[in-house]
Design a protein around this ligand. Structure first.
Ligand code: NAD
Length: 481
């Protein structure tokens, strides 16, 4: 029998239940057991959290970068000191292997450290006399109360992408983790409560829907940062338009992997074993759409088949070292199963996998490789967000680039080739926020992550995130009086 824990929201520096007293159950997708109850945050809870954040903004926005930096460094230390506990929590509501979940806590700590340093060296236009008798300067000021809305695939890591730059630049935050994975953010708030003045960080729990719409539309929220599905992003953008809020949209992806004839087949196959199936393929930059030149296609499909068959997967609950655990929920496994069945019905060739394992009580789907899908088919055009990689054969360089760009998303991409000029030529033509060359997936706190097209806009990580969470204010002094 699993021990069912009760968590609280974090509002105005206090751990509190929902005003309505209602709760939501959170389950472990690796075995479908209920593991916790969290408050079902409602409109009154949202109001309290936004009011607390608005009040805290009056003083937090006036603190020095040093003060904020020291708080973020302490938060990073707390994350690191509690890695084991937070890693186990992260595993329990996502169904991922423990080593993967634990690794993400270290990544989150590094993000807080990066923003702690970066916020101390703001950059901008030189102060000088652009008009005679007038001295002009540009300030970068915090935007205000930020509603930070996080997805379920890397719960605390995605929250750190949002909290780091927002808090470092003097904003206050109402964080809403996914209703599927709220536990790590709620526990995080409890752990760091002493490091931030009351109201600077508030964490709610609840599904999007009515409560999410209310948060996004709240007049005292001045910016909304969402990482999630493109459909959710569009919906949020419509609501935010009502009060013309600043938006930071990190939405879906469908990353192409362009492989030319002169690429190293083993390098591509080894990279894809990792980058196509990491986190059960539930990654917005997953290397899910291989476009291979004709001379390498057959060798590549064979090499990929070997690697995909070698992926270890199963129930990670007992701490087994696996490449893949479960998916996030039964609904996600249903979605993956449906998309693969429709791809096969539309003449894609099933090379490996394509199964919902019988007898396993959890959200599992086997690592899957599909060959030769049509460019216009759903499996090529839409996000699967599961352990499924497709391989297409392109006639030449122009067709490979055209197919790579021929999706609504523009988040991440990669190109594999032995030719530096072909790599650079292709990198220029790919319409994606990231292009990896002979690589796929690497990311550091210093490097920008974000998309174009329907993958959204705004950058996570890097100094550019600090720009997104501040606005430029021009101040001119009349020095002629
Ligand atoms: P989702 O869109 O279902 O949910 C994301 C968050 O939005 C959740 O917290 C959810 O509760 C909230 N939400 C939903 N409706 C809302 C509303 N009306 N108002 C306010 N909040 C609302 O996405 P998901 O299923 O949690 O995550 C998977 C998606 O996230 C994929 O599409 C993936 O590509 C994307 N993603 C993108 C990036 C990136 O950096 N671009 C990173 C990770 C995940």
């Amino acid at each position: 029998m699993t021990d069912v824990k009760t968590y609280q929201q974090f509002i105005g520096g206090q751990l509190v239940g929902s005003v309505s007293g209602q709760t939501l159950a959170v389950e472990n997708p690796a075995n479908y057991q209920v593991i916790a109850n969290v408050p079902a945050s409602g409109l009154e809870d949202v109001n309290r959290a936004v009011e607390a954040a608005a009040t805290a903004f009056e003083t937090w926005s006036l603190t020095t970068p040093q003060t904020r930096s020291l708080a973020l460094l302490k938060i990073a230390d707390i994350l690191e000191a509690n890695t084991d506990e937070l890693g186990k929590i992260e595993q329990s509501h996502t169904g991922k292997p423990l080593s993967v979940a634990t690794g993400e806590i270290g990544v989150a700590a590094d993000l807080f450290r990066f923003f702690a340093g970066a916020c101390r060296v703001p950059e901008g236009l030189a102060v000088t006399e652009y008009l005679e008798g007038h001295t002009s300067m540009v300030r970068r000021d915090p935007v205000g109360v930020v509603a930070s809305i996080a997805p379920w695939n890397y719960p605390l890591y995605m929250a750190a992408w949002k909290l780091g730059p927002a808090l470092a630049t003097g904003n206050t935050v109402v964080l809403k983790p996914s209703a599927r994975t709220p536990l790590s953010a709620l526990r995080f708030a409890e752990l760091v409560a002493g490091e931030l003045p009351a109201g600077v960080l508030n964490v709610l729990a609840g599904a999007g829907g009515t409560m999410g719409d209310f948060l996004v539309g709240h007049p005292k929220v001045r910016m909304v940062s969402i990482t999630g599905d493109t459909v959710t992003g569009k919906h949020i953008a419509e609501i935010a338009a009502g009060t013309v809020k600043r938006l930071h949209l990190e939405l879906g992806g469908k990353a192409p992997v362009v492989v030319f004839d002169d690429a190293d087949v083993d390098l591509v196959a080894d990279t894809l074993k990792f980058a196509g199936f990491w986190n059960s393929g539930q990654d917005c930059t997953a290397a899910c759409r291989v476009i291979a030149a004709p001379g390498i296609y057959d060798k590549l499909v064979a090499a990929l088949a070997d690697r995909v068959k070698a992926i270890t997967w199963g129930d990670p609950t007992d701490g087994s070292e696996l490449d893949m655990g479960s998916l996030i929920a039964k609904a996600q496994a249903d979605k993956v199963e449906g998309m693969v069945s429709r791809a096969i019905a539309a003449n894609a060739e099933l090379v490996v996998g394509g199964e919902r394992p019988a007898g396993m009580h959890g959200a599992y789907y086997t690592p899957t490789l599909l060959a030769n899908p049509d460019q216009a088919s759903e499996i090529v055009q839409d996000e699967v967000f599961g352990p499924v990689v497709t391989v297409q054969r392109a006639a030449d360089e122009d067709q490979a680039v055209a197919w790579a760009n021929d999706v609504k998303f523009g988040l991440a991409s990669s190109v594999f080739t032995g030719s530096i000029s072909k790599a650079m030529r292709t990198a220029r033509r790919l319409q994606f926020g990231t292009v990896w060359i002979n690589e796929h997936f690497t990311l550091a706190s210093e490097t920008p992550h974000g998309g174009v097209k329907e993958s959204g806009y705004g950058k996570d990580g890097s100094k550019y995130a600090l720009e997104d969470y501040t606005f430029i204010k021009h101040v001119t002094i009349n020095t002629g009086i």
